[in-house]
Design a protein around this ligand. Structure first.
Ligand code: FAD
Length: 312
């Protein structure tokens, strides 16, 4: 079976979720990866470690989903791929349905497992509240892989990188402004996330959230009202109407745990909740709960982790 995996490379960096998609693809068949833009060929060759045999590199730096969709379809034809895999992130979600329509291929959004012996793939549905079992019955299929669904295993192989210069047409989109996300760790890529809500009373109190995140090497996130009021940037807003994340650790301080918030974080592997109200709904979703004041608990946790790191 031949598999094409689209690799998104924001700012020339190969995202963790793209690497997961390559490894996932390698468990299905022979992987050709496709990347575009200004990305190092050495980094692309390294995808061999995760199972890519070949990598096609298109010079276009376009971020237009219709052009990327054309690029993917042409690469799929060139690699004779019957399975096309994209990460189920903001970019993948914008491209995959276009590829699906263009190739008349069934689409599995939000896959969390490999296809089983009968071709059934588990997916997250209703914001992770339920599981779907999906089987595609078209000859070709598109799979959108939920980030952080599968553990990576690293090998020693090196992929062959070739230039790919198919025509992808002109973009119909005019980009007026690009706002780059600030911070060293992208929220969508983060293994560890420290998040806070309205319980923190005001933006001036976020220093303790940032300090803890820095000590842990975590990204920061927030509840929706916090972003709506302008205490924090919108790209930190997680939940039903924000970003859905799946980190290994999600620490939530001063967040009530409304269902719309949980929809974006309830797939986290471990959830730690800090809240003064023992009846806060978030405690029902928590693996660990601290009934306490975030203004005391966050700095104490930070100090304890710093001490632990210094002595280990
Ligand atoms: C259609 C729709 C979509 C929505 N989408 C989203 C979404 O994507 N993401 C999202 O987050 N929300 C979303 N919401 C809003 C959601 O319903 C909640 O209103 C919101 O999540 C509450 O934010 P919060 O927990 O920060 O604030 P609050 O509900 O005000 O809760 C603050 C919490 O902090 C605790 N607290 C107070 N002081 C302290 C302290 N000193 N230390 C520790 N804890 C303290 C309180 O006990 C309370 O539990 C949506 C709502 C709707 C209707």
């Amino acid at each position: 079976m031949s598999v094409l995996v689209y690799i998104s490379t924001p700012n020339g960096h190969i995202s963790k979720s793209a690497i997961e998609a390559v490894y996932y693809g390698s468990q299905i068949g022979e992987v050709t990866a496709l990347a575009n833009g200004n990305v190092s060929k050495d980094d692309l060759a390294n995808l061999g470690k995760y199972g890519a045999k070949n990598v096609l590199l298109h010079a276009s730096e376009t971020e237009d989903p219709s052009q990327l969709s054309k690029m993917i379809q042409k690469a799929a034809t060139s690699a004779s791929a019957d399975t096309i895999i994209l990460s189920y992130d903001l970019i993948g979600k914008a491209i995959a349905p276009r590829v699906s329509a263009g190739m008349k291929a069934g689409y599995v959004p939000g896959a969390t497992t490999l296809p089983d012996a009968n071709g059934l793939i588990k997916t997250n549905v209703f914001s992770g509240k339920a599981k779907g079992l999906v089987k595609v019955n078209t000859p070709k299929r598109i799979i959108g892989l939920t980030p952080n669904s599968i553990p990576l295993v690293e090998g020693n192989d090196v992929a062959t990188v070739t230039d790919f210069s198919e025509e992808i047409g002109n973009s119909s989109i005019t980009i007026k402004e690009i706002k780059k996300q600030e911070g060293d760790i992208l929220l969508t890529e983060a293994d560890l996330v420290v998040s806070a809500g309205r319980g923190l009373k005001g933006p001036e109190n976020w220093g303790m959230v940032e300090d803890l995140a820095k000590t842990l090497g975590a990204a920061t996130a927030c509840s929706r009202p916090v972003a709506d009021i302008g205490w924090r940037p919108h790209h930190e807003h997680v939940g039903q109407t924000g970003i859905a994340i799946r980190p290994n650790l999600y620490i939530a301080a001063g967040i009530s745990g409304a269902i719309q918030h949980l929809a974006g974080v309830n797939q986290s592997k471990t959830i730690v909740v800090i809240n003064t109200d023992p009846e806060a709904p978030f405690f029902k979703a928590a693996d660990y709960g601290v009934i306490g004041d975030a203004f005391e608990v966050l700095p104490a946790l930070n100090e304890a982790i710093k001490n632990f790191k210094a002595n280990n």
